[in-house]
Design a protein around this ligand. Structure first.
Ligand code: UD1
Length: 419
């Protein structure tokens, strides 16, 4: 049981190298199932979620090997079509294996994340998309779902909601389908462009990622590729919020600054200075940040839900009252109870949190309830008076490479202790 222990109150100062994007890396690892040739993925973040994905591919017979920050994957022969239940339960996004495996192998079985019924949330859009491509989807005993298709066939698919995972799943499956697929109301996240780009390097014919309409012309075969994953905009954003909450000065690079714009717009509104130079972004916060009015999480290019918890932590010490509304996920305010233990004045009303900024948070023993909630608590600890102990840090390791070392390198008094 590891904990992160923070003695707060030191302004963060310095530069941080940003690792590859978890949310691009996960579907891109899945995409390697679409070819029997070797693939090399560079700038892979060494995260526990990435390891879960690697184990899933290995369970099908793919060879996966780390060489420094590259992951080499060779899915020459596949001997299984079942995503192991334990791994599926560990990470909901394992569902994005379904499209590529179905397209390559003709069959895929997976347990429902959380054991829900066909057609209901949270994977209904994935299933509907694969069915539209001609897959026969059936439910087997013990909450298993199986999709089968000798040959997928291109289709015109309208997503009821621009789901990131469903867009990627359908896009990957459609690369080997017969004919053309059009995804309407597709998700526009930058990670989807990254998936399009590697697939095109592999020989796919895709256009439109990053817009609401993606067209995929099916090809017979995909080949191997060498590809570098984009920098992680959520990790970069979390670290920049560290400069805001501690009134410090932090530079992140490499980043793609336009990916950070939805956050940077709010950081500017909070009174901090943002400087963009090539592939780096610097945030300087000389004064106590200001509250923001009516901030809503939305699909890209709106404010990302994955930065909602870190932003909420920063607003806890802002001057004035902020209202933050979560529109993407139903119950994503579990960090609020923990932040309250640190003296935060936050009230949740339905999907909105009303945050009355306090001058100082105080250290406490708190638990990371999920990945981004955990990062929010570390940020709060960096700004708090006294000692904060964050428990359940395995959640944080799912999405941040050595977050404690990163903040220590910026002058934060942060230690990871195991006992
Ligand atoms: C991805 C990201 C996650 C981010 C989320 C929203 C990865 C690996 N994860 O998750 O970090 O928080 O996008 O930006 O990229 N939904 C349905 N039915 C479906 C699919 C989704 O109702 O079939 C709902 C979900 O319950 C949720 C909303 O749609 O309320 C958004 O989900 P989605 O965009 O699919 O997120 P993920 O791809 O799971």
């Amino acid at each position: 049981m590891e904990r992160i222990v923070i003695a707060g109150g030191t302004p963060l100062q310095g530069t941080v190298k940003i690792h590859g994007a978890k949310n691009a890396a996960l579907p891109i690892i899945a995409a390697c199932l679409l070819t029997d040739e070797p693939c090399t993925l560079r700038s892979m973040p060494t995260l526990t979620d990435i390891d879960v994905m690697r184990h899933i591919l290995q369970s099908f017979g793919a060879e996966c090997e780390w060489v420094e920050d590259s992951l080499n994957i060779h899915a020459e022969r596949l001997h299984s079509h079942t995503i192991p239940e334990a791994l599926m339960r560990e990470m909901r996004s394992s569902v994005i294996i379904m499209g590529p495996l179905l397209a390559r192998h003709g069959k895929v079985s997976a347990s429902y994340p959380g054991g829900c019924a066909i057609g209901s949330r949270p994977i209904d859009l994935h299933i509907k998309g694969l069915e539209a491509l001609g897959a026969k989807v059936s439910e087997e005993g013990r909450g298993y779902i199986t999709a089968e298709a000798k040959q997928l066939v291109g289709a015109d698919i309208h997503l009821d909601y621009p789901s990131v995972g469903a867009t990627e799943n359908i896009m990957m499956a459609a690369t080997l389908a017969q004919g053309e697929t059009l995804i309407r109301n597709a998700a526009k996240e930058p990670e989807i462009i990254d998936v399009q780009d590697i697939l095109n390097v592999m020989g796919a014919d895709i256009a439109g990622a990053g817009t609401g309409q993606i067209r995929i012309r099916g090809v017979e075969k995909l080949r191997g590729a060498e590809y570098t994953i984009i920098p992680d905009r959520i990790a970069a954003g979390t670290i920049l919020l560290g400069a805001v909450i501690t009134q410090g000065q932090v530079t992140v690079k490499p980043v793609i600054p336009e990916h950070l714009e939805p956050l940077l717009a709010k950081i500017r509104e909070m009174g901090a200075k943002v400087t963009i130079a090539g592939n780096s972004v610097t945030v300087v916060c000389d004064y106590r940040p200001k509250a923001v009015d009516a901030l809503r999480t939305l699909p890209h290019p709106g404010f990302p839900t994955d930065l909602q918890a870190p932003m909420l932590a920063a607003l806890c010490v802002a001057q004035g009252t902020s209202v933050l509304t979560e529109t993407v996920f139903e119950s994503r305010f579990k960090h609020v109870d923990e932040l309250r233990r640190m003296g935060a004045m936050v009230k949740v009303e339905g999907r909105s949190a009303i945050i009355r900024g306090v001058e100082r948070l105080t250290g406490a023993v708190v638990a990371a309830t999920d990945l981004r909630a955990g990062a929010a608590l570390v940020l709060a600890g960096l700004a708090a008076e006294g000692i904060t102990i964050v428990e359940q840090v395995h959640h944080i390791d799912r999405g941040y490479v050595d977050l404690d070392s990163t903040f220590r390198a910026l002058g934060g008094r942060v230690e990871r202790l195991g006992w």
